[in-house]
Write a protein that binds this ligand. Structure first.
Ligand code: SAM
Length: 284
């Protein structure tokens, strides 16, 4: 009679690290997911046996990660601004640098009575849902995306965070007629990767929707379209926040100055001290 082999957390960790190019922190997160245990627990109880089901799921996840698939797609969630968002290959994985836009929006609406927020290119809904989750019932938002698939994910996230009563979704882009002025805060994280710079497979980015990445020849196609319409949507006393890549921020700033000639236009810095977003501030 064959003796069933005993696979411990520690042995499985070593095996996954030796068999694939997956980095140790990702292996740790995979083990945490498949065992339902915290990473601290796993470190303390490495001699605990792993069930065959958890073992085979961990092997499958490690293989997918080794092929380049982003870990948030594999595990189904991504952290953003202290919240957990459902993500899959219908939406961009929300990035830490985008949290600055949420911080700026929260600071601006802090003392407003009934602020209205517009999130353009909402994707997973990370920006709009975070703003609503961290403010009171006086704050309302509209979120818009050209991708119906992305909107389904954003709606699920709005429910998950309990903010759906204050969030209205639209399919389309910023020229959508149903969008009613005026918004106190407009946040746009539109696709801004120049077409030639979109990383090919197996880069993790290649798993993300092309429509979430491709900003045209210079990365600013969608921002040009957005800035044609944004001035008629913004309140007299309001802000527009737009994220882009550091090399094209100066060009985006110039577009913003042309669209809002009377406004104060500044560049915001990200966690890595890189120029990351443009802020337009209008005053009555
Ligand atoms: C870079 S992703 C940002 C997603 C999310 N806001 C975030 O910060 O994680 C860009 C999003 O814009 C959407 N998009 C692309 N072109 C658009 C357009 N013309 N109007 C509205 N949304 C657009 C894409 O479907 C995608 O969900």
């Amino acid at each position: 009679m064959a003796v069933p082999r005993r696979v411990t957390i520690e042995k499985l960790r070593e095996f996954l690290l030796s068999q694939s190019s997956v980095q140790a922190p990702d292996v740790q997160r995979i083990l945490s997911y498949v065992t339902g245990r915290s990473e601290a627990w796993l470190r303390a109880y490495g001699e605990t046996e792993v069930s065959p089901k958890a073992e085979s799921q961990a092997r499958e996840f490690a293989q997918r990660r080794a092929s380049g698939e982003p870990l948030p797609y594999i595990l189904g969630t991504a952290g953003f601004h202290g919240h957990s968002f459902l993500v899959d290959n219908r939406v961009l994985v929300p990035r830490p640098e985008t949290e600055h836009l949420v911080d700026e929006a929260l600071e601006f609406i802090n003392d407003k009575e009934r602020p209205r927020v517009l999130d353009v290119g909402t994707g997973s809904g990370a920006i709009a849902c975070s703003i609503l989750a961290e403010t009171g019932t006086n704050v309302h938002a509209n979120a818009i995306d050209v991708s119906a698939d992305a909107l389904l994910v954003a709606m699920a996230n709005a429910q998950r965070l309990g903010v759906e009563p204050r969030l209205t979704f639209f399919i389309g882009d910023v020229s959508t007629p149903a969008l009613r002025p005026f918004f106190d805060v407009i946040v746009a994280n539109l696709p801004y990767v120049p077409t030639k710079d979109i990383a090919p497979s197996p880069d993790p980015v290649s798993f993300e929707p092309r429509i979430a990445l491709d900003g045209g020849a210079d990365g600013l196609d969608q921002y040009r379209r957005f800035l044609k319409h944004a001035p008629r949507l913004l309140a007299l006393d309001g802000i527009v926040l737009m994220e882009a890549a550091p090399p094209i921020i100066a060009d985006l700033e110039a577009l913003a100055r042309a669209a809002f000639p009377a406004a104060e236009v500044t560049i915001g810095i990200d966690y890595g001290k890189r120029a990351r977003y443009v802020k337009v501030r209008t005053r009555e």
